[in-house]
Design a protein around this ligand. Structure first.
Ligand code: NAD
Length: 355
């Protein structure tokens, strides 16, 4: 199949392939759009079963970054990199240095960051060969880890969702079911409990559950958390959590969480809308991480990053209102607004515009 006929190709500006026999590096970098700025997106390492799956993944993720950065009001485009290989057995210093050379050859049109299968240490190695790396520890409070900022953005998004649905954003007396008490989940549990919510949580990792329990969360069964009678369901574990089997059993009136790709496809967004469940699109509500990566890159402070992240609430509020007005799903409205922004960069919201 020609790359141009891949459904996920969708007007990508540039796609580069690298196979390096000396180091075993096999990688693809996809740049979807650079209208707003250089394409920033993580470098994923995964043992894809074949090259087509790797290409499809990198193209889909790269386009997603264009939408995420546009809606986050960042001067960045969308891109992504994948290294085809097992991060536990195939990753080594020479391979990462070769990846650094590959990124450097693109002259800054793509800037890399951490993703699944790569960590801050790997980025430091890559940075030995290229400056086009973000999210490496810079000695700031959170040591380069974007998770606390992602959690804060989701927190702002939950408040905005409550405001839209109930006309009040207070967390007092609000019951929340949060799936996945990992890096983002734990920071979020702390924020939610400190602000008056009752948080129920589940995970497949016992030590993460112990940490969540120490923060005051109530531990519940992971198989039934999605159907709990709560106000807000907060997916912070894996993608695809809203699917044919689960879309009709959710009882919360709001779904607002950090996990990427929560809806398996657009039909699940339609079904949530028909059931009167407000869905905060994942690529809008979980942008705190990319916002923080941006501020790290330009040498901004944690406070600047937090102030910018706060606007996720008002962006979501606008999406919710427009979706209601146009009788569309929140995801389709978010995609339309992202396109309006990146296809006409004069529309990029400035931080000063945001109260
Ligand atoms: P993490 O790996 O630290 O935490 C994920 C948690 O989910 C872990 O505790 C894991 O045990 C648990 N989990 C995995 N599978 C599960 C399952 N089937 N059922 C219940 N729990 C399960 O990851 P994270 O950094 O906290 O990210 C959480 C989600 O948010 C991911 O989908 C990630 O892609 C997304 N996200 C994270 C960031 C960030 O800044 N870290 C930014 C944007 C989006």
């Amino acid at each position: 199949m020609s790359i141009f006929s891949f459904p996920s190709f969708d007007k990508h500006e540039h796609v580069s392939f690298k196979e390096d026999a000396a180091t075993g590096l096999k990688a693809i970098i996809a740049i979807h759009n650079t209208n707003l700025g250089p394409a920033l997106g993580g470098c994923r390492m995964y043992p894809y079963q074949n090259d087509h799956l790797a290409l499809d993944d990198v193209l889909r993720l790269s386009k997603g970054m264009t939408y995420k950065s546009a809606l986050a009001g960042l001067p960045l485009g969308g891109g992504k990199a994948v290294i085809i290989g097992n991060p536990h057995t195939d990753k080594n210093r020479k391979l990462l240095l070769a990846m650094g050379d590959f990124i450097d050859n693109l002259g800054g049109s793509y800037i890399t960051a951490e993703d699944s299968g790569t960590c801050a240490e790997d980025l430091k190695t890559i940075r030995e060969r290229t400056n086009y790396v973000s999210g490496v520890s810079d000695g700031r409070k959170h040591n380069g880890d974007p998770s606390p900022h992602t959690a804060y953005g989701v927190y702002c998004g939950i408040i905005a969702s409550l405001m839209h649905k109930r006309g009040a954003g207070s967390l007092k007396g609000i019951r929340i079911a949060l799936q996945g008490a990992g890096s983002v989940g734990r920071h979020l549990i702390e924020l939610l409990i400190n602000n008056g919510a009752t948080v129920f949580t589940s995970d497949v990792n016992k030590s993460n559950l112990d940490k969540a329990s120490a923060l005051g969360a109530v531990i519940v069964d992971n198989n039934t958390i999605i159907a709990m009678d709560v106000d807000v369901f907060v997916p912070c574990a894996m993608g695809g959590v809203i699917n044919d089997d689960t879309v009709d059993i959710v009882r919360a009136e709001i779904i607002a969480g950090a996990a990427n790709n929560q809806l398996v496809d657009s039909s699940h967004g339609e079904r949530l809308k028909d059931r009167g469940i407000l869905y905060a699109p994942d690529f809008v509500i979980n942008a705190g991480g990319i916002i923080d990566v941006h501020y790290q890159r330009i040498g901004g402070s944690s406070e600047e990053s937090e102030a910018h992240t706060k606007r996720i609430g008002s962006v979501l509020g606008d999406i919710f209102k427009r979706a209601e007005l146009e009788n569309k799903t929140t995801t389709s409205v978010a995609e339309t607004i992202a396109e309006e922004i990146y296809l006409d960069k004069n529309l990029i919201p400035q931080l000063d515009d945001v109260a």
